[in-house]
Design a protein around this ligand. Structure first.
Ligand code: ZN
Length: 90
């Protein structure tokens, strides 16, 4: 564990230095659950909506049977595979 400054709320916390953050910075667990995760879910919900609007009939048959968490996971996979152009926070 490394002493880090939360780049979101500015509080000091002990965490793991991640390569996605500048040295000495990170995101505290409070901000991950109250700020980052809701934001990511909000963005994923937008992708889910797009998928539901543009998906083929066959696709929607299985997709609409999933719950929202599974739909988000699918949306995330699409982003990771580069199937959907998604810029976080954009
Ligand atoms: Zn924070």
């Amino acid at each position: 564990m490394t002493p880090l400054t939360c780049s979101c709320c500015g509080s000091l916390f002990n965490g793991i230095q991640e390569t996605t953050h500048d040295d000495g910075y990170g995101t505290c667990s409070h901000c991950v659950t109250t700020v980052i995760e809701p934001k990511i879910n909000q963005e994923l919900d937008k992708i889910v909506t797009v998928l539901e609007q543009r998906g083929s009939k066959d696709f929607l048959e299985s997709f609409t049977a999933k719950d929202q968490v599974q739909k988000r996971q699918f949306a995330l996979k699409c982003v990771e595979k580069g199937l959907i152009n998604w810029s976080f926070g954009g």
